[in-house]
Design a protein. Structure first.
Length: 72
């Protein structure tokens, strides 16, 4: 299934396949989003930003976005 997400000024429309993401949501992840493993992926469908969990310590997760956003 193909979905279209975000409309970044420098990127145009970002295309993605739903099965490529561990989480798909209209907002950014939070420190209390507890993936089962590090390197879990998150797609913000509003901004188009993609996140990777670099530390999956329960309720103290760290997510890095490809546009420079860090959630920690």
């Amino acid at each position: 299934m193909m979905i279209y997400v975000g409309n970044q000024p420098s990127m145009g429309i970002v295309q993605s396949y739903a099965d490529r993401w561990d989480f798909i949501n209209s907002s950014d992840p939070t420190v209390t989003t507890n993936p089962s493993q590090a390197n879990a992926t998150w797609l913000n469908t509003t901004s188009g930003e993609q996140f990777v969990c670099i530390d999956n310590t329960a309720d103290a997760n760290v997510w890095k976005g490809q546009m420079g956003t860090t959630v920690s």
